[in-house]
Design a protein around this ligand. Structure first.
Ligand code: IPD
Ligand code: CA
Length: 284
């Protein structure tokens, strides 16, 4: 709680609390709606970058529910949604919305998909929520306040999470993902061909947001991916950072579509060095 008079707008930390409550509510509502739609069958509404890059009617319904809820509560905020594009705002807050991260898993009935919502204040992620309606797990983070794991039937406030303390790349369980374009995949396969014999193993679960959250609680040691977008990385990236991971790109760049790497501090340098040797940020 802050000591502000009621007539002042909330300051940074108090505002972040309100943003997180809003994001949690909308992620849960959208996720539960999407899960209910899945039980009635999946309808592919469109394809995007390739014939295998699908948008389902549930992606569209989820984004509509989230964006209309955000704008009803905070009409001056900006929103960048995966399916709806950019809507500029004037408040200094921008929302990053992935209505279903792991759409191919959703299409096939695999329980590894999530609703991902982050808020940036002045360009910096300040809150993030990743909700998997199939498992009921939710991951939340507030900048400077740590990351939390909320499991069904558990403490509604969740429990704090920390990333692994691993230091050796050759013992690391590393998650990654692939883009949809065949040319990019061929280059990504080359990176994996070299890295696979040098680590404990590699996992490709199909949701970047959940990959980052799993890494944040030690279910993976590290994650990297080329081609992940702001809506894939926003919430999960904050969860990972707040759980103690270093999240970046290569060669001093921030995490972004060129490359996102998340690793515990001692593993981050060696993993980035190897990925730079393999030109993992240059896969097309
Ligand atoms: C995809 C997933 C996948 C990653 C792809 C993303 P979508 O998001 O996060 O794990 O490898 O790069 O595009 O298409 O399911 O929202
Ligand atoms: Ca998506």
């Amino acid at each position: 709680m802050t000591d502000q008079p009621d007539d002042l707008p909330p300051d940074g930390p108090a505002l972040d609390g309100l943003l997180l409550d809003l994001a949690v509510d909308l992620a849960r509502r959208a996720g539960d709606h999407v899960r209910a739609l899945r039980e009635a069958g999946v309808r592919v509404a469109a394809t995007k970058s390739s014939p295998t890059d699908v948008v389902t009617a549930a992606d569209q319904a989820s984004e509509h529910l989230i964006v209309s809820g955000l704008l009803a509560a905070r009409p001056d905020d900006g929103v960048l949604g995966e399916e709806g594009g950019e809507r500029p705002g004037g408040s200094g807050i921008r929302w990053l919305v992935d209505p279903i991260d792991g759409t191919v898993n959703y299409l096939y009935g695999l329980p590894q998909y999530a609703v991902s919502i982050a808020a940036e204040r002045d360009g910096q992620a300040v809150v993030g929520v990743v909700y998997n309606p199939a498992s009921g797990e939710m991951f939340t983070a507030r900048r400077g306040q740590g990351a939390r794991w909320h499991r069904p039937g558990g403490d509604p406030d969740g429990v704090p999470i920390r990333c692994s303390a691993l230091t050796r790349l050759d013992r690391a369980l590393v998650a990654t993902g692939f883009g949809y374009a065949p040319e990019r995949r061929a280059a990504q396969a080359e990176v994996v061909r070299h890295l696979l014999p040098e680590v404990r193993d590699i996992r490709r679960f199909g949701s970047a947001a959940l990959d980052l959250c799993f890494a944040a609680m030690g279910r993976f040691d590290a994650y990297f991916e080329q081609g992940a977008q702001a809506w894939d990385l926003g919430a999960g990236g904050l969860v990972a950072t707040e759980a103690g991971m270093v999240v970046s790109g290569l060669r001093g760049r921030p995490a972004g579509p060129d490359l996102a790497v998340a690793a515990p501090p001692a593993l981050h340098g060696p993993l980035c060095a190897r990925l730079a040797e393999l030109d993992a940020d240059n896969t097309g």
